[in-house]
Design a protein around this ligand. Structure first.
Ligand code: AMP
Length: 882
């Protein structure tokens, strides 16, 4: 009896492999067939543990023309498309057989034949496919036999892709001395794991040895998708490259790869908070899974305050008086509250320009007076004040509204008297200087010197604008600017309206570089602007490389107002610095023609470009364009700039398909836009691109820019189609007001059309913000399969508008709208991410599905199931098209 050395490899593979056959573990007959019958023969063997093993051997080394076959029984592949065969065998060294050297071989062959069932057993040898010729790493000699220790070889081969349910293996001997000790057939898999709170199932590796299988994970109980979780299963059965993650939903925190409920007294407000936190001072919760805490009696927290804020007792400031008012500043004073409930540590003064609540400033002061400066002349500002004690903040006072002095009212404004005095003095000095120069006859050398000192005297109030929002400040005060709920950190730039300059020419020099005309070469006319021709050309500044540029010219015979408006665009553009905003190189104002020089965008305006290239781009390319535009708009809205005329015709596109926002008119009455039409209130507005509140009462905000962005999305996805086709402006206004919206463009991914509908929410506060749009588009770009679901052709109406159902009507056009209507909007993302992106798909949802999606609160389950039931009943009655 021989002792066989065990293989250490087996243990490793057991971790990630599943055996389909292991000849060593088969206790009874293997059922393998040998022919000719006197070729391979089975011999009784035992392993080192004396367990029976099936060994087949053949040793016809002395005889010519050997062809001995050993066929296994049928082996099911259990769904695997790549299988591995591990052979353990011994082989006799031919040199140790002097008599057989002529015919002796040291190799044998392995074959396979695929078959869906056992019928394939009787096929001919030549129908088998060869896997490999197997040679021994170690062969044995007579001496080894003397030691009674065999040198066991282990060889592994793999086969794939397999396309049938199973296969046979065959071993062909052509004259060697072999003992086939064991045959193990297995496939590899990546075992089920939980990673980043997502569960990944047992996954059979791919057919290709270098293939990585992308596998989606499912969020564990009480967690929600942050970014779609994915991992890759390698051919070796290892999980690689985890992407995305789930987060424990509000009210739950992560512990040991699971989401554990927040105990009473603790809360977690959002999936993004890392763990449950103790209720803040003067608040409590008696429930598990709390997402916020309730205020104790007599304590309160404002709705807009974050749930992490302590509940406080009110000590509201009631009497606020205005003090000195100038055209740029308002001073206020107030009295300490009667019952402040402790020592007042400081006051917080919030103010914003009337109707511009999204951009506000907060001043913290220990005094009961402040001066808000850096304000616009002749504009109304709203102020609110609250006090802070050791218990936290009290409620804000009611709103107090005060107006800065208008520029033209200078004569009646006491504060302007010094300016008039200065101006008269300057006039006298000017006269004296001019006379002096005339007398001296030396003009050019001194001209620049006195001109600039004159500017400083004549416009003393301009100094505050030289930086960005650099207000003179009391050391006891702290001032912060907010926009759209985001703090604007000191040093973060804010757009300055050139109108706040008495002389808009001054603004041009502040924000735009003066270029000498000799540095510019004009090459050809490429378009027509409102003020003159637009040309392409080259700019060569000293020490810099030559650049292709676009040159806008101001036509001859312009009025002073036209010059101001023309250069106004440069004053605005010059304040921006972003890859998706057209870049200003500079202006030519010291010679004629007056010019604005910008970077050159080879493909011109986006609408014309898309029309010219109808159907030529992939969805990802189109989404890339939209992402760029959204990113530029996010930058503008962060700067506090409202564009008011966002449309594909005002986007420029370069040769790399990078889109940049352009057209920054100073007057913003959109004189230059041929699409702009006069409204009943006199303003000129591009109706088809403009939000209803901006048309109706000129409420232009970043949210109305978001509406226009939705229209740009529609223009891009329909390759420059005219929004609302040939409908008249009046019909467009009426239809939109009645709740109709543009239908999906042809072949448009459902996720993009949903985003358009979100941008066209009537309530401007419900529209997504630009930063949300950018991250939504980023997600889609990262996960292109999410763009595969197109808007159902039957629900696309090509020449009619889609009814954007008012909430509660029962007919919902989007899953988001339906969930919002039943106050379950928090689940929209989960529904969309799990493939319930249309009402058709939602109609199939079961209670079990809801649980799987993480809708675990019974109340929420009932609400959703009841609403679905209701809609189905209505459908049966023929009332509501789902
Ligand atoms: P605008 O006056 O800005 O509307 O420009 C008129 C036309 O000139 C546009 O529609 C474009 O076709 C072209 N244009 C303007 N600026 C550029 C630029 N930077 N690069 C290329 N073409 C431009």
């Amino acid at each position: 009896m021989f002792v066989i050395r065990p293989s250490s490899l087996t243990v490793f593979f057991l971790l990630f492999s599943v055996n389909l056959l292991d000849s060593r573990t088969v206790m009874g007959d293997l059922g393998w067939i040998a022919y000719p019958k006197n070729g391979w023969e089975e011999i009784g063997e035992v392993d080192e543990n004396y367990a029976p093993i099936h060994t087949y051997q053949v040793c016809k080394v002395m005889e010519q023309n050997q062809n001995n076959w050993l066929l296994t029984s049928w082996i099911s592949n259990e769904g695997a498309s790549r299988i591995f065969i591990e052979l353990k065998f011994t082989l006799r060294d031919c040199n140790s057989l002097p008599g057989g050297l002529g015919t002796c071989k040291e190799t044998f062959n392995m074959y396979y034949f695929e078959s869906d069932d056992e019928d394939g057993r009787n096929i001919k040898e030549n129908q088998y496919i060869k896997i490999d010729t197997i040679a021994a790493d170690e062969s044995f000699t007579e001496l080894d036999l003397g030691d009674r220790v065999m040198k066991l070889n282990t060889e592994v081969r793999d086969v794939g892709p397999l396309t049938k349910k199973g296969f046979y293996l065959a071993f062909q001997d052509v004259g060697a001395c072999i003992a086939l000790v064991s045959v193990r057939v297995y496939y590899k898999k990546c075992p089920s794991v939980i990673r980043n709170l997502a569960r990944f199932p047992d996954t059979i590796t791919g057919a290709d040895s270098s293939q990585l299988l992308e596998v989606s994970g499912v969020c564990v109980n009480h967690s929600v998708t942050d970014e779609a979780p994915k991992m890759h299963c390698s051919a070796e059965g290892e999980w690689l490259v985890p992407i995305g993650k789930c987060l424990c939903k509000a009210g739950y925190e992560e512990k040991n790869n699971t989401c554990q409920v927040c105990r009473p007294g603790f809360f977690k407000a959002s999936p993004h908070s890392p763990s449950c936190s103790k209720c803040p001072p003067h608040s409590y919760t008696l429930d598990e899974a709390s997402t916020s805490c309730l205020c104790e009696e007599h304590y309160f927290r404002k709705e807009s305050d974050p749930p992490t804020m302590a509940c406080t007792t009110p000590s509201p400031v009631s009497s606020v008086k205005k003090g000195k008012i100038t055209k740029n500043s308002i001073s206020l004073s107030w009295q300490e509250p009667d019952r402040p409930n402790g020592i007042i540590l400081e006051y917080e003064i919030k103010y914003f320009e009337k109707d511009q609540e999204m951009s506000y400033t907060i001043i913290k002061s220990k005094e009961t007076t402040i001066t808000a400066d850096g304000l616009k002349p002749g504009s109304a500002y709203v102020f609110q004040i609250r006090a802070r004690t050791a218990a936290g903040y009290g409620g804000f006072s009611r709103r107090f509204e005060f107006e800065t002095s208008p520029v033209l009212a200078a004569s009646s404004d006491q504060s302007q008297i010094p300016i008039i005095v200065v101006s008269v003095t300057v006039g006298v000095i000017l006269l004296a200087v001019v006379i002096g120069f005339l007398l001296s006859g030396s003009c050019c050398d001194h001209g620049c010197g006195w001109a600039s000192s004159l500017r400083a005297v004549a416009y003393p109030s301009l100094t505050w604008r030289c930086g960005y929002s650099k207000a003179k400040q009391d050391p006891e005060e702290e001032k912060m600017h907010f926009h759209n709920g985001h703090i604007k950190l000191p040093g973060v730039r804010t757009y300055i309206d050139p109108h706040t300059y008495e002389d808009p020419n001054q603004a041009v020099h502040e924000f735009a570089k003066e270029i000498e005309a000799s540095c510019i070469t004009i090459e050809r006319v490429i378009g027509a602007g409102e003020f003159g021709e637009v040309c392409s050309g080259r700019l060569k500044l000293q020490g810099k490389r030559e650049l292709p540029v676009a040159i806008k010219t101001l036509k001859v015979g312009y009025t002073e107002k036209q010059r101001r408006d023309f250069l106004g665009e440069a004053s605005i553009m010059g304040q921006f610095d972003h890859p998706n905003i057209i870049h200003l190189e500079g202006v030519v104002t010291k010679s004629k023609p007056v010019m604005i020089v910008t970077e050159y965008m080879e493909n011109g305006s986006l609408d014309t470009f898309l029309k010219k290239n109808d159907g030529q781009f992939t969805v990802i390319q189109l989404v890339g364009m939209l992402r760029g535009i959204a990113s530029g708009m996010k930058y503008l809205s962060d700067m506090g700039y409202v564009h008011r005329d966002l449309a594909a015709r005002n986007i420029l596109i370069n040769s790399n398909l990078v889109c940049k926002v352009s057209d920054f008119g100073l007057s913003r009455v959109l004189e230059d836009d041929p699409e702009a039409a006069y409204t009943t209130r006199g303003g000129k507005i591009p109706i088809r691109w403009t939000a209803p509140e901006a048309i109706a009462f000129r409420k232009f905000t970043s949210a109305s820019d978001v509406w226009s962005y939705g229209i740009v999305m529609w223009e891009v996805m329909s390759y420059g189609e005219r929004p609302y086709w040939e409908m008249t402006n009046q019909d467009v206004i009426k239809a939109v007001e009645e709740g109709y919206r543009l239908p999906s463009p042809m072949d448009c991914p459902a996720a993009l059309y949903q985003l358009m509908l979100d941008c066209w929410q009537k309530d401007r506060n419900s529209r997504p913000k630009f930063d949300e749009i950018v991250s939504m588009l980023d997600k889609l770009i990262r996960n292109p399969s999410s763009l595969k679901t197109l808007v159902n052709a039957s629900s696309r109406v090509s020449n009619l508008l889609v009814e954007h159902s008012p909430v509660g009507s029962g007919a919902y056009r989007s899953v988001g709208e339906w969930l919002e209507a039943i106050k379950m909007g928090r689940y929209t993302e989960i529904f969309m991410e799990n493939g319930y992106s249309s009402m058709d798909a939602v109609a199939q949802v079961t209670l079990e599905d809801l649980r799987r999606l993480g809708v675990t609160l019974v109340g929420h389950q009932k609400k959703i199931m009841n609403s679905l039931q209701e809609m189905k009943v209505q459908l049966v009655n023929g009332m509501v098209p789902l």
